[in-house]
Design a protein around this ligand. Sequence first.
Ligand SMILES: Cc1cc2nc3c(=O)[nH]c(=O)nc-3n(C[C@H](O)[C@H](O)[C@H](O)COP(=O)(O)O)c2cc1C
Length: 176
Amino acid sequence: MAKVGIFFGTDTGNTRKIAKQIATKLGEAADKPVNISKASVDDLLAYDVLIVGSPTYGDGELPGLSAGHDNESWEEFLPTMAGADFSGKTVALFGLGDQEGYPDNFVDALGFIYDAFDEAGATIVGMTSRAGYTFNQSRALQGDQFVGLALDEDTQKDLSEARLSEWLTAISPAWK
Ligand SMILES: Cc1cc2nc3c(=O)[nH]c(=O)nc-3n(C[C@H](O)[C@H](O)[C@H](O)COP(=O)(O)O)c2cc1C
């Protein structure tokens, strides 16, 4: 069976850490996580199932050069997806943010990344409830659901493990 591809953006390493935890939990089912700064659209298209993650920076921005980061990231990658065809691909998204520090832009980057994969025709799985989080607004919300898994390593770190395990179980039919 084809492996799951895991791609992430990060500045301070939290999203890399979660990507590695996902890889460990998937074991043989996944390839080693790759920083999106080192990936091309063709690298992603090599997989039928993708798990992609990103933190949010600025006030609701993607990680990348505009946010003052040293390396390119999702900000620079998403425009390269224009015209790409992800139909037939299953994509699950996870986002890291800080609901207390940025209550008006909580995990906004997830929303931008969702839009790019949706536009490219991907089947997006792994929506989650907003219950248990406290914030004002998020671009990652559709109704009462996030378009992926929201994790807050800044203010709800102790909840991440359970949230991650539950989410992976929910999306596991994609590769099982
Ligand atoms: C300068 C700065 C801006 C941030 N802006 C947001 C934001 O707009 N929304 C949000 O949910 N989190 C925001 N965060 C929180 C980060 O997304 C969070 O700390 C995340 O875990 C960092 O992930 P990383 O270690 O993979 O870079 C911001 C953090 C910093 C330092």
